[in-house]
Design a protein around this ligand. Structure first.
Ligand code: XIL
Length: 733
């Protein structure tokens, strides 16, 4: 019996605490629609592939489910496919093309002309002497025609010329020993031999061979101000001269800090002036500050990605894709450069992709796929007020009437600031430095109403937000914020009613060998002399509710963030309940480590509560010291304690309540007469079915049971405030 109750509790808690259950369990972020399907109304989703990717069944499955565009990572590059005059390596190149043909996936042809991995033999004759540009063009034409004709049936777009423009940061350069203003063009062998004419020629050859394919100029660092303009000028000049350039490829070798949305938008807008097709051709996000397509970069130490870095990466992917979606009219494809972190050309240490080195999706994958169109176009209402929990004089954090929260943190030398609060399924809200060097940010959407714990993570270190007060949760004092709730009046201070008070009681606990603390709510009028039945003046005695907090919390949680005292005052003032005492004691939950919850018995707390605390309360206060005037209820892990203890010791408590802490079923209760009232409740984002089933079953079995499914809330204090408000009205009747 005992075993069954405990495993039932574990199940209840696991389903009720979805996020907590995830702590120990790997989550399958692939579960759900394919990326390509999520983006079917936006653009195609591509991936660069190597031989391994199309040889292994797991990887093949990923490619088929998630992507509808493929780029050969290296196999089609001139130096690979055409290393010598008359020598062609079609082996791998054909395998990739055939893989795509067989699976109905279209390809981006990468790339026909590039300074790197190029067929350098084209520049010299048999004796090693430089050839004239006419010879070079002839060879380039033959190369382009051969490749394009072989694969154009499966290719929808070609990176015709790759990386022909110079990088930023070089206003001057040395040419033949002389310092001259830097050319807008990369000083490649192609350029030195032909000037920019080679670009025009390559596009002309490609158009001859493929009259309908989309012809792209592809480059990196396209969001840098200088390079953006150089690319713009070159493409414009070419197009004005009739060169068949259809689109611009923005490679997208970015990082978790760069680019910001403005920079990216500026580039997309600028290029949209001259082309109606942009492809994001080679997306990956390094976890350092490097970016670009140069072949020199740091590979980083191979170690697991720190959680806060993962959050920064998720956020950056989310921001970039939001912009990509915004410009879906011009952006026609987004391609990840490599399938997984294991394949990344940047090395394992950079962790740049949404799929990890074991070919499992990271949370960033889910963040990219499961976007919310409503939030894409949402602008928070401009009626911000300081969060009611702020420290005196602090303007931030702020909340608005829709439930958004915004933050402002001064940390001048920090590299990253993350607020742990954000929409569900995300690691929080990543702040960005504003023009004054202050970190600011707004939650991506409205938060659930009510109280939320949160903290800041600054460069990986966890600290509290100096703007707001601290509340005990997560086994430490955390920052807290209060999102306005539609029903907030039931826990609001009212000036026109009498108020009870909360006393701190300290007592020696023999069983734990230390002093223990609890907070005791005493209703207004407590201790006053009133006329008894016999006409004599006497002091009234009260029933007692023992009300437990959850894991990570303590005896302060119900009185402070739970607002238990205010809720009681309001209920009493409105005549909804007769006054009673509420005891909020520390429930010993915090010495218990997560992960071993299946072994939790609440035996230590049972001893403390029944043998030590109740006697102290009954001695020090005007209680009615019997079972029919004693209730026990608890939230979350305090609910587990309540369930275990009430079922084991039904002679002590006559009213039982579980708040996001599991349920009772009739068969668990030996003697149906031992309890007068049972309450179970949780948020509608938890396990409402469990609550409804339990209430139904209890009622059918003749118990006096009641439930509450709190609207629009999860495993948080507004759920429990609402539960207390409802449950209190049925106690001691
Ligand atoms: C990279 C490949 O991923 C590497 O395997 C290879 O060693 C070098 O080239 N810009 C481009 C891609 O256009 O072709 C490059 O691919 C990455 C930068």
């Amino acid at each position: 019996m005992r075993k069954r109750i405990i495993s039932g509790l574990v199940l209840a808690c696991m389903s009720i605490l979805p996020t907590m259950a995830q702590w120990g369990r790997p989550v399958d972020y692939f579960a759900g629609p394919g990326l390509k399907d999520a983006y079917k109304d936006y653009f195609t989703i591509g991936v660069a592939v190597n031989k391994g990717n199309i040889s292994d069944p797991t990887q093949i499955d990923i490619i088929k489910k998630q992507f509808n565009s493929v780029t050969a990572e290296n196999a089609w590059k001139p130096g690979e496919i055409h290393p010598k005059e008359g020598v062609w390596n079609f082996g791998l190149a054909d395998s990739i093309a055939n893989f795509c043909r067989e699976n109905g996936i279209k390809m981006r042809g990468h790339c026909l002309c590039w300074h790197s991995q190029f067929a350098d033999w084209m520049f010299t004759d048999k004796k090693g002497k430089p050839v004239k540009k006419e010879v070079f063009y002839e060879r380039l034409r033959e190369h382009i025609h051969t490749v394009v004709n072989r694969y154009k049936d499966v290719v929808y777009a070609w990176d015709v010329v790759n990386e022909a423009m110079a990088d930023d940061g070089r206003p001057f350069e040395f040419v033949d020993g002389k310092m001259v203003p830097a050319s807008p063009y990369r000083q490649s062998r192609h350029f030195k031999l032909c000037g920019d004419e080679f670009i025009a020629k390559a596009f002309e050859f490609a158009r001859e061979a493929d009259p309908t394919g989309v012809l792209i100029y592809n480059d990196y660092s396209t969001v840098d101000n200088g390079k953006r303009e150089r690319i713009y000028n070159m493409v414009k000049k070419m197009k004005d001269a009739g060169v068949p350039i259809d689109g611009i490829g923005m490679q997208g070798h970015y990082n978790i800090y760069f680019p910001d949305e403005d920079q990216l938008e500026k580039a997309i807008q600028r290029f949209s002036e001259i082309v109606n097709t942009i492809h994001i051709t080679e997306l990956d996000l390094r976890t350092n500050t490097e970016s670009g397509g140069q072949l020199r970069f740091s590979r980083g130490e191979v170690k697991p990605q720190a959680p806060y870095i993962a959050t920064l990466q998720e956020d950056q992917y989310a921001r970039l894709f939001k912009i990509f979606r915004k410009y879906k009219n011009v952006i026609k494809n987004v391609t990840f450069w490599n399938l997984s972190d294991k394949d990344s050309w940047l090395g394992l240490g950079n962790h740049p992709l949404p799929i990890d080195e074991n070919f499992k999706a990271k949370r960033s994958f889910q963040v990219i796929r499961d976007f919310n169109t409503a939030l894409d176009n949402a602008t928070p209402k401009d009626d911000w007020v300081p969060n009611p929990m702020n420290q005196p004089g602090q303007e931030y954090p702020q909340v608005n009437s829709e439930g958004y929260a915004r933050f402002r943190v001064e940390a001048p030398d920090a590299k990253s600031v993350i607020v742990s609060l954000g929409l569900g399924g995300r690691g929080g809200t990543v702040l960005r430095k504003d023009k004054d060097g202050v970190w600011v940010g707004t939650t991506e959407g409205p938060m659930d109403p009510g109280f939320h714990y949160y903290h800041l993570t600054i460069d990986g270190g966890v600290v509290n937000d100096p703007g707001t007060h601290n509340y005990f949760g997560s086994c430490r004092w955390e920052s807290g914020i209060e999102i306005p709730a539609p029903d907030q009046d039931f826990y609001a201070w009212r000036k026109d009613i009498p108020h009870g008070n909360i006393q701190q009681v300290n007592f020696w606990s023999e069983s734990t060998g230390k002093m223990q603390t609890c907070n005791v709510y005493l209703p207004d009028g407590y201790g006053k002399l009133v006329k008894g039945k016999n006409g004599k003046l006497t002091q009234e005695r009260y029933p007692v509710l023992y009300l437990q907090h959850g894991w990570g919390e303590n005896e302060t949680s119900w009185p402070v963030q739970g607002k238990a005292g205010i809720i009681m005052d309001n209920l009493i003032a409105d005549g909804k309940i007769k006054p009673f005492i509420v005891v909020m004691a520390y429930g010993l939950t915090n010495d218990f480590k997560f992960g071993s919850i299946g072994r939790f018995t609440a035996e230590e707390f049972e001893k403390l509560l029944i043998d030590e605390l109740i006697p102290v309360i009954d001695k020090q206060f005007l209680t009615k010291p019997d079972k029919w005037n004693r209730a026990m209820a608890g939230l979350s892990m305090g609910g587990m304690e309540t369930k275990l203890i009430t079922l084991r010791r039904p002679e002590v408590f006559g009213y039982w309540g579980l708040l996001s802490g599991g349920t009772y079923m009739p068969e668990e209760i030996k003697d149906p007469k031992c309890v007068k009232y049972i309450f179970v409740g949780c948020g509608d984002k938890e396990n409402p079915d469990g609550i409804n089933k339990s209430v139904e079953a209890l009622k059918a079995a003749g118990f006096n049971a009641e439930g509450l499914v709190s609207e629009n809330t999860a495993h948080e204090f507004l759920t429990w405030r609402r539960c207390l408000y409802k449950m209190a009205q049925s106690l001691f009747k």
